[in-house]
Ligand binder design. Sequence first.
Ligand code: SF4
Ligand code: SF4
Length: 319
Amino acid sequence: MSAKPVKQAQDSAAPNCGRNTGVIFDIKRYATHDGPGIRTTVFFKGCPLACGWCHNPESLVMEPQGVYHRERCIGCGECIRACPQGALALTPGGVVTAAARCRHCGTCARACPAEAREFAGWCESVEHLMKMIEKDVLFYDQSGGGVTFSGGEPLRQPDFLLELLEACGRRAIHRAVDTTGYADTDLLMAVARRTDLFLYDLKLMDPVKHQNYTGVSNRQILDNLQRLARERAVITIRIPLIPGINDDAANIDATGDFVAALPGVRQVDILPYHNSARHKYQKFGVARRLGEIAPPLKEQIDRVARQLARFGLKINIGG
Ligand code: SF4
Ligand code: SF4
């Protein structure tokens, strides 16, 4: 039985993908930081937030984003021959793409011997993705692992997500959903009925700061988290630790207080900021509106961990 379409329409920013497909930008096999055991993590494209410290700036918009490096192109025409849509042509200025024909499949990037074409994001079908996920069932079973749907925000592509969750459920594969929590509550509950574990991000408790740094209010995120906890969903809280933004004592106390009051929720992962994504901002033309942020020192991380542990929470540093 396939998942019924939900009220919140699938984001239609990728109209060329077709039915039973979604837009993803990465698949990580043998992941060990996105839930228990060995996992396959699937990264959905598109996010309703725009956190100033985002590690995956290529996840922000739903559309697959192509990057063509004219200076690397050797004019071999491999991409043109490989394109199943006949969308490419060689011109004196390099290879040009007929946007109306392109179906964002990424075939041209894979065919290019000079790495002149790159794609962040491609259309993926439920069927094809399940074949990839199922390759590692043995590892999941032996390690207590499974699959994690992350992003971006996986709930931005609800029909695709629900189909995948149901398909994994039919094969008894453990399912985790890594979410911002910024989603329609009915949709979140529909996801919860098909999910074994939520990795739920909590960034800032102050509503004004949350709005300023992520672009959205935290009201719905907090309400949804309380609702999920009341429904006895299994939840691990994840706090990206961003020095100077959310590591102050007041925010950590407010976070500890809130989480400690959630029924059944005790596990908190602290995810220290790192700046390994710096080059991606340049490549995909995303502005770094907060400028350089220094990663937290060990003493800062330990201080936050101690402060949260005082609320009776179980703290893990890293995923
Ligand atoms: S992404 Fe696919 S359809 Fe688009 S130009 Fe490349 S090969 Fe052709
Ligand atoms: S395959 Fe790569 S190097 Fe060859 S023409 Fe296409 S973009 Fe240029």
